[in-house]
Design a protein around this ligand. Structure first.
Ligand code: SAM
Length: 488
């Protein structure tokens, strides 16, 4: 199977040891009927005599049938099948397809979201396929049934995972999520965790959340873990399980500060948005020597920060920008407005071969006029979108703009912003970035604008607590879980 096909169908088959472990837990009696809702080449259904598999890929169906000739394998879409079948199962196990929303679309997604909505789980169009997949699967269980699945680690932070988690606690007596740090799939950059849900038809007021360094084969999930109250998960942790990777002492102190009545969130005191999208970076960003050669007037050139790596710590000064200019960096944005009267030299530049190529780029084609880059702003601060060790907040003392590889922060409340700057590099704020952001793969931390807006701006009276070693340790733990050491 080629890489593209694998990606669009989410076909990553599960290692044998994981298959055996999930089956050992899910199947409790030889007579139990087992469902694998996306059985691939049949490795789960081959492990139990009374099994049913659903699979949409005809070639995989063929392999599954020869591997488990006793099993019933239906070829087709799980959601179509689930909507019509009256079959029910004691248990389900497997590894649902991980197809992102950009690919999980059209009629297949409509069907999936419609079925889930009827089951009481409301997913948005931004969901990846695996989360509705698990809701549909759970609905096929008999009362007191159970399921064990491999799940993407996104279950710990992605907003689209919360309708699934809500559904699980509303429909199972016991829900256990196990974070696994070591890769279950050596070829995948995404981490995978495990999900066990038991007692279908019941409800629970808490998750059990365990964290293990490495997957351990065997029929029993880890016994130890943190009990996460569902109401706290909703009200205090933005429906995220990931913060529960940190030590309970760190979480307790963090909560105390974050929910101090005088603490606020970055979004309360500033707006956080991404920088502009030029559509053709090489064309719109000129080196000073090129700008001179093309005789572009300097008032149409805006110094720009093109990526976070270029930023210093603390403050971006005019001296630093002058240095970029001396080094002839491609950092001058051709900034033309919609109703710009174009000087002859600019018209010539737009008409160069590079200009004719640029106007064909998608983002340029769909705007009018193609050469006016929208949303160019001069923010008060830059905040790194993707970060290694820690997110960097840098004062814009040079009047620069920035591309969408950075966040543009516009301050509404100057006093609070002084507080943020003062506390930015403390372990508390770093931990806040780790809790509110998410791992990107490859060790990086990503902060979407809505996540950055949630970073805690601590109450001034808490200043002394922000550097507690408890927070430093927790930051290390979170970095460890996003594999930061791998890029050091
Ligand atoms: C991650 S693989 C898992 C296969 C197998 N359960 C395993 O763990 O090795 C996911 C499988 O889901 C199948 N699939 C994707 N969308 C599906 C759908 N809507 N209905 C049924 N199967 C689907 C893919 O073809 C792929 O074989």
């Amino acid at each position: 199977m080629n890489a593209q096909h694998r990606k669009t169908s989410g076909a990553y088959y599960t290692p044998d040891a994981v298959v055996a472990t999930l089956l050992q837990w899910a199947v409790r009696d030889p007579a139990d009927r087992l469902l694998d809702p996306s059985c691939g080449d049949g490795r789960f259904i081959a492990g139990h005599q009374n099994a049913v598999g659903i699979e949409q890929d005809p070639a995989a169906v063929g392999t599954a049938i020869s591997r488990a000739p006793w099993a019933l394998v239906h070829e087709g879409d799980l959601f179509a099948w689930a909507a019509n079948t009256s079959e029910r199962f004691e248990c389900a196990a497997g590894n649902p397809p991980f197809i992102r929303y950009q690919t999980f679309k059209g009629a297949a997604r409509e069907r999936a979201l419609e079925l889930c909505q009827r089951l009481g789980a409301k997913f948005s169009g931004l969901t990846s396929s695996w989360a509705p997949f698990l809701v549909a699967t759970a609905s096929l269980l008999k009362p007191d049934g159970r399921m064990a699945f491999v799940v993407p680690a996104e279950i710990g932070h992605a907003p689209y995972a919360s309708p699934l988690l809500e559904y699980l606690v509303g429909n199972f007596g016991h829900v256990h999520v196990i974070a696994v740090k070591g890769k279950l799939f050596p070829d995948l950059s995404e981490d995978c965790w495990l999900l066990y849900a038991d007692g279908f038809g019941g409800t629970t007021a808490s998750f059990l959340f365990s964290a293990v360094e490495q997957f351990k084969p065997g029929g029993r999930p880890p016994r130890s873990g943190v009990r996460v109250s569902v109401s706290e998960w909703r009200s205090r942790w933005n429906r995220r399980l990931r913060p529960f990777l940190a030590h309970p002492d760190a979480r307790a102190l963090y909560e105390e500060i974050a929910f101090d009545p005088h603490s606020r969130r970055l979004g309360d005191v500033a707006s956080v948005g991404i920088g502009y999208v030029s559509g053709a970076n090489d064309f719109f960003h000129l080196r000073p020597s090129e700008a001179e050669r093309h005789e572009i007037p300097s008032d149409l050139l805006q110094p720009s920060v093109r990526n976070g790596r270029a930023l210093p710590a603390g403050s971006l000064t005019r001296a630093i920008v002058r240095n970029w200019e001396r080094q002839d960096e491609p950092m001058l944005l051709l900034r033309l407005s919609k109703d710009q009267k174009l000087p002859a030299s600019v018209r010539r530049y737009l008409d160069t071969e590079a200009g004719r190529e640029a106007r064909e780029a998608y983002k340029c084609r769909v705007r009018d006029p193609w050469f006016a880059v929208p949303d160019v702003q001069i923010p008060d601060f830059f905040l790194t979108y993707m970060s290694g060790r820690a997110a960097n907040l840098v004062r814009n003392a040079a009047g620069c703009t920035c591309t969408n590889s950075l966040h543009a922060v516009r301050v509404r409340d100057k006093t609070a912003m002084i507080e943020i700057v003062r506390s930015w590099s403390t372990p508390f704020t770093q931990l806040s970035c780790e809790f509110e952001g998410h791992p990107l793969g490859g060790g990086m931390l990503k902060l979407e604008p809505r996540e950055a807006a949630q970073i805690v701006v601590s109450a001034p009276s808490r200043a002394k607590q922000l550097s507690s070693p408890i927070f430093s340790k927790a930051v290390e733990t979170m970095q460890h879980w996003r594999h930061y050491a791998a890029i050091q």
